[in-house]
Ligand binder design. Structure first.
Ligand code: T4K
Length: 418
């Protein structure tokens, strides 16, 4: 998750990280062959707008000398996001983590929030940051999303809210969670950080639950370098969100209550507006590459794909595979090391499980025996490079190399450190 632990040095600004592969020698690099790719092939690469378009927008922003605090570009972005995401209300903020913190704060004052351990740390941190208590529940072993029946079993009189995550953009069981929230009076906030553009059961993903939260980080399908948004339908909730985003200030001389600085600047909003024009093409490009991976890799023993909700429109933001060590002949870490030697930067999202991190590991709900599915998936998961700037030929080369690594698995296992 952080640069340094398993990251290469950042490439020069102009490098796409996806230059053409140069090696045809089939000996895996971990066994002494040359790396398949001359340059790092990253997990993802951000959509970049045309520089002239960005310059033109920057000139407009500079001419106005209005750089943040509900500027014109931000208002235009929120309007366009409401249309694109099919939601009634949208508050753009400075990142997805602050979006989660504000969304929870706007609905819940105290008590417990049930969530998943199989997520990025921000999800769980947002609960604790608000002085609320996270309660972990296990995931479905195939969809990787919170298991709705398991959630029902851990809801208690202390529970105030549910915070499921649409993991890798795969919609949760939105009907089951909606029903449970309605029956129990719990607030329902979705972490939709990965789910830009997704539909579940015929409805835009942001129309489910009380609120949904998106991340617009540079690693996300839709991004503005750093940013996020809270979406929903209740104007009263969005009045509170507006205050929470801006220090609780209601007028030049009045503060109504607690707030933070969650505002998005005009510079970020400008980037977002231009990236928005390109996101549909990026989804199509990722879809084609995802389908190629799925078609070829599902034939390989020991490789399993995420079970995607059948009644959904997907965004193919991530290509996550599970490696069964017995069937594949290598464990996930060994395959990861073999790919890294090839300059293929696959990532172990979400390893380690959030429930094993400080400050959560001593929570009663964090006990590994209560989270067998999440523990197994976290130990087996691997996200492969997937973005519109990599070619379909590069996907085929990666699959070819995984097949070769699989074919010589015993030798690779001896060479890999794990
Ligand atoms: N909820 C969920 C479920 C989330 O996944 C996240 C964030 C959040 C909430 C919180 O949203 P934010 O507060 O971040 O808006 C990344 C992101 O930093 C993080 O946003 C994301 N989830 C998480 C899944 O991934 P890292 O530390 O793994 O990213 P990093 O820097 O290693 O980048 C991954 C790859 O992306 C690199 O190998 C190359 C490429 N990259 C990255 C950056 C930053 C680029 O090509 N350009 C770039 O500018 O956390």
């Amino acid at each position: 998750m952080s640069r340094g632990r398993d990251q290469p040095q950042a490439p020069s600004l102009r490098s796409s990280g996806a230059r053409r592969y140069v090696r045809k020698d089939p000996t895996p690099a971990i066994l002494g062959g040359p790396p398949l790719f001359a340059d790092p092939l990253f997990l993802t690469r951000p959509i970049l707008p045309d520089e002239a378009d960005f310059d033109a927008l920057m000139r407009r922003v500079f001419a106005s000398s209005w750089l943040t605090n509900n500027g014109e570009v931000l208002l235009e972005l929120e309007k366009r996001l409401r249309l694109r995401l099919g939601v009634e209300e949208c508050a753009a903020v400075c990142n997805g983590t602050i979006a989660l913190q504000i969304a929870l704060r706007s609905l819940v004052e105290e008590g417990e929030v049930v969530t998943t351990p199989f997520t990025f740390p921000a999800t769980v941190h947002a609960i604790l940051w608000n002085g609320l208590q996270p309660v972990f529940c296990d995931i479905d072993p195939d969809t990787y999303n919170l298991d709705a029946r398991g959630v029902e079993a851990v809801v208690s009189e202390r529970t105030r809210a549910l915070l499921p995550v649409h993991v890798f953009g795969n919609p949760c069981d939105v009907e089951a969670f909606g029903k449970l929230a309605a029956q129990t009076g719990l607030r329902l906030v979705y972490d939709a950080a990965h789910a830009f553009g997704v539909f579940a059961r015929g409805r835009p993903i942001g129309t489910w639950g009380d609120l949904s939260v998106f991340s617009f980080h540079a690693t996300k399908l839709f991004h503005c370098a750093e940013g996020g948004a809270i979406v929903g339908a209740d104007p009263e909730a969005f009045r509170r969100i507006g205050l929470l985003r801006n220090f609780g200030i209601v007028g030049e001389e009045e503060v109504e209550g607690l707030g933070t600085n969650g505002k998005m600047s005009e510079l970020h909003a400008s980037l977002a507006l231009l990236v928005l024009d390109r996101v549909s093409d990026e989804i199509k490009a990722r879809q084609r590459r995802y389908d190629l991976y799925a078609e070829r890799l599902s034939r390989l023993g020991g490789v399993k794909f995420q079970a995607r909700a059948p009644d959904a429109v997907h965004n193919s933001a991530y290509c996550a595979i599970q490696i069964d060590p017995q069937q594949f002949g290598l464990n996930r870490d060994q395959l990861h090391a073999a790919l890294r030697a090839e300059n293929i930067f696959a990532r172990k999202y979400f390893w380690p499980l959030c429930s094993t991190n400080e400050p959560y590991r001593r929570l009663p709900s964090a006990r590994p025996e209560l989270l067998p599915n999440a523990s197994r998936v976290a130990a087996r998961i691997l996200c492969l490079p997937l973005h519109g700037r990599m070619s379909e030929e590069q996907v085929n080369c990666i699959v070819d190399r995984i097949e070769t690594i699989h074919a010589v698995a015993p030798a690779v296992a001896r060479a890999a450190v794990h």
